[in-house]
Design a protein around this ligand. Structure first.
Ligand code: NAI
Length: 332
């Protein structure tokens, strides 16, 4: 079975090849790695492939799915958990098998969110550069003790639960908002409504999926409800926050800090080296001017353990497709 792997980075090749050779040698999977992102202009790269393997910024709208089906593609396997980039109705209509990797390492993402909080709070990103220049002044590096602070987890699912446990370990009072509450959260924190969470939390960390309901969940009215001087952390999906409104909240000091691993327009920037180019995105460029903003390029998932798990589950999803199975990872 030929599988065109879109948005393939060197580490995708390494782990998909390794796992296939070690555990799926008999499955007949043949990877065709493509650095290109999947979109209407790159569908033809999937010619003669039975399946495509995609990641977070690949475009799988109705038009692209129809074009893939015309190329003979029958299965789409996602190397990620979020599937906001896939038109599932269109996929069902076209009879395409779609499966994802629901949980490769919730700890990886929650630990990264925690690292962002710790960095911004204690300003280690600034201390790193300062000490290298022989500047040992502490002026401007003042942080605050996390112990005793109130942290709000929006979306208490797999990652949110790990985040709540980590925050609890730091001695924070943990609040959680989730419209579909999981009783597992009750030993970690207090369930509250979103407005209460926004009003009381010193740190708000987003762990809900991007849906029609959560698009720009953190917009100007939501920011106005937040505790003045709170920190906002987004390691989930960029469009959960209205970036322009967040910039205004940073300028007015309503927000004391922002950490993002995801960005609404990230597909233009992330996962590629643009260091020798001019960045055209003025909103992103404005974010880069704040000393209290920390951006990482969608690396929350990026651990050895997670890459191995993604490769394992992706191969088993392809086997499930071949065998006509409907497993828990299937979306259509
Ligand atoms: P999950 O499905 O286990 O948990 C999501 C939770 O959000 C569920 O409990 C759900 O009830 C809740 N939720 C749904 N609508 C909500 C709303 N309107 N407000 C608040 N909560 C809501 O998903 P998991 O594995 O915890 O992942 C969460 C998100 O993290 C994914 O959807 C994905 O976008 C993102 N992610 C980011 C990664 C990164 O590298 N930065 C890697 C993996 C996932």
């Amino acid at each position: 079975m030929h599988v065109t792997v879109y948005s393939a980075q060197p580490y995708d090749r390494q782990y998909l090849e390794e796992v296939r050779a070690a555990h799926f040698a008999e499955a007949g999977i043949e990877w065709r790695f493509q650095a290109a992102t999947l979109n209407a202009g790159t569908v033809a790269l999937a010619q003669d492939s039975e399946a495509v393997c995609v990641f977070v910024n690949d475009v799988l709208d109705a038009g692209v799915l129809e074009a893939l089906a015309r190329e003979g593609v029958k299965a789409v396997v996602l190397r990620c958990a979020g599937y906001n980039n896939v038109d599932l109705d269109a996929a069902k209509r076209l009879g395409l098998f779609v499966a994802r990797v629901p949980a490769y390492s919730p700890e990886a993402v929650a630990e990264h969110a925690m690292a962002l909080i710790m960095t911004l709070n204690r300003k280690t990103h600034r201390a790193f550069n300062r000490v290298r220049e022989g500047n040992f002044s502490l002026d401007g590096l003042l942080g605050s003790t996390l112990h005793g602070k109130t942290a709000g987890v929006v979306g208490a699912g797999r990652i949110g639960l790990v985040m709540a446990r980590l925050l609890q370990g730091f001695g924070c009072r943990v609040l959680g908002y989730d419209p579909f509450p999981n009783p597992a959260f009750d030993t970690l924190g207090e369930r509250v409504d979103l407005d209460t969470l926004l009003a009381q939390a010193d740190i708000v960390s987003l762990h809900c999926p991007l849906t029609e309901d959560t698009y720009h969940l953190i917009n100007a009215p939501a920011l106005a409800k937040m505790k003045p001087g709170a920190m906002l952390v987004n390691t989930s999906r960029g469009a959960l926050i209205d970036t322009q409104a967040v910039i205004e909240a940073l300028k007015s000091r309503q927000l004391s800090a922002l950490a993002i691993d995801v960005y609404e327009q990230e597909s233009e920037l992330f996962f590629h080296d643009h260091s020798a180019e001019i960045i055209d995105d003025d909103v992103f460029a404005r974010l880069m001017t704040f000393p209290n903003v920390l951006v990482t390029g969608h690396q929350g998932f990026f651990t050895v353990e997670a890459l191995r798990e993604i490769a394992e589950v992706t191969c088993s999803n392809l086997v499930a497709y071949r065998q006509g199975e409907s497993g828990p990872n299937r979306l259509t």
